[in-house]
Design a protein around this ligand. Structure first.
Ligand SMILES: Cc1cc2nc3c(=O)[nH]c(=O)nc-3n(C[C@H](O)[C@H](O)[C@H](O)COP(=O)(O)OP(=O)(O)OC[C@H]3O[C@@H](n4cnc5c(N)ncnc54)[C@H](O)[C@@H]3O)c2cc1C
Length: 388
């Protein structure tokens, strides 16, 4: 059952420039015309929408943060955040495919790659190739510094061994930024970063995860067995991989906050439409104050999350950037989870049916407080900034 739900707060631009508003409007049209059709079927069939993602690539949306000199769109971070929100509003699975490529693959290569590496790889990513990020392992999630994958120098190459777990875009990406241990005894300072092509000898993709949500996105393990990459695929300085991973996550959390905004907006829009349509006790349920208060709460927390996320995007790279990104991520993702819960509640029994979009959003939203650092880890990051 598709509810024609107009966006109830779309007139408010929250400090966007005219150009950014234009981008938002164009992407909203694109998302509704090209991404929305078939979204429920793709979720049901766990089907990755390769055609839709290819179109995003043609529009330059997979290389938004890559400078024009390397073929990218050279967008500012706030525009990127606006783009992710608009896509997530229609399909969170496509939004995560896009944000992972931009934020955790393209971004660290732009920030830390040698000129040669950037010239060799970025044009392909800017042209529509997908990217991934391999930090998590079966034995190390929140405690990423404990990772066990090793990288050993052999002549001109690096040889990687280990397993990366829960890797978004594994199976569809062309390049992965992978963290591996180059000095076994050096703790977090013994970790380095590498760009691993999907066709590198010794790299295989494990079985795709059967997920609660984001079922039209691909998530699978990366298995590295004597996986050989060229010495020139090392990213940044040797031993600096953990620092680079943290810097990357400081940036990429803005993309997760933006995903949360898109899902939150849609959950609110659906709730407003349903509450005006559904009649109980002789009146639309929207006339009951208990329902009105839920809608008011959802709208208020959305406005707060949006302002905080956009503020964090503007502060990126500055002294408060990392803390604000964590604050935006934890606030927006938890607010979006609450909004989906209340929107489903407003839908009553119908909300529990696959026929209604809110049931998919309720599943999709759950991971936002988990990946790219759980809510607990965000609170640790924020408090570390405060107590430094
Ligand atoms: C759909 C999906 C896509 C993903 N994509 C990627 C990807 O592309 N690349 C990648 O590298 N990873 C990816 N991940 C992994 C994700 O980043 C991790 O799941 C996440 O960091 C949490 O790690 P964990 O699952 O091992 O949980 P754990 O670290 O085992 O945590 C379990 C629980 O303990 C809590 N906890 C742990 N330590 C502390 C502490 N010190 N204080 C308080 N509480 C604590 C956590 O907050 C959590 O609630 C993805 C995960 C999912 C589900």
């Amino acid at each position: 059952m598709t509810i024609a739900a107009e966006s109830v707060t779309e007139g408010i631009s929250f400090g966007l420039t005219e150009e950014q508003e234009l981008l938002r409007d164009e992407l909203r049209r694109f998302a509704e015309e090209r991404i929305a059709p078939g979204v429920a079927e793709r979720d049901r069939e766990h089907r990755f929408p390769a055609d839709v993602v290819a179109e995003l690539g043609e529009l330059g949306l997979l290389g938004t943060l890559i400078p024009e000199a390397y073929g990218g769109a050279g967008m500012d971070v706030l525009s990127y955040v606006v783009a992710v929100e608009e896509i997530a509003r229609v399909c969170p699975s496509v939004a995560v495919t896009l944000s992972v490529t931009n934020s955790v693959c393209c971004w660290p290569i732009v920030a830390f790659g040698s000129e040669e590496l950037k010239r060799r790889i970025l044009p392909e990513l800017a042209g529509g190739a997908l990217g991934g990020f391999g930090l998590t392992e079966p034995g190390s999630g929140s405690d990423a510094g404990a990772l066990a994958t090793s990288a050993v120098r052999d002549g001109d190459s690096w040889v990687l061994n280990g397993e990366k777990a829960w890797i978004t875009n594994a199976g569809v990406a062309k390049y992965f930024v992978v963290m591996a241990r180059t000095e076994p005894e050096a703790g977090k300072r013994g970790i380095s970063a590498f760009v691993v092509p999907a066709d590198a000898p010794g790299l295989t993709i494990g079985k795709s995860e059967e997920k609660l949500g984001l079922r039209a996105s691909v998530t699978a393990p990366l298995i590295l067995e004597d996986c050989r990459v060229g010495g020139d695929n090392q990213l940044g300085e040797l031993g600096n991989g953990f620092k680079m991973a943290l810097a990357t996550l400081d940036h990429s959390r803005l993309g997760i906050a933006a995903q949360a905004l898109g899902v939150h907006q849609r959950a609110l829009d659906l709730a407003v439409a349903y509450a005006q349509e559904r009649v109980q006790f002789g009146v639309p349920i929207a006339r009951h104050q208990a329902i009105q208060f839920k809608l008011a709460e959802m709208a208020t927390s959305l406005a707060a999350a949006r302002v905080l996320t956009r503020c964090a995007a503007l502060a990126e790279g500055g002294p408060d950037g990392g803390r604000l990104a964590s604050e935006a991520k934890v606030f927006a993702s938890e607010a979006a989870n609450r909004a989906c819960y209340e929107s489903l509640q407003i839908h009553g029994g119908n909300g529990f049916s696959d026929e209604y979009e809110i049931s998919r959003l309720y599943r999709d939203v759950r991971v936002l407080t988990i990946y790219e650092g759980t809510s607990e880890m965000q609170r640790l990051v924020i408090s570390r900034h405060l107590l430094r």
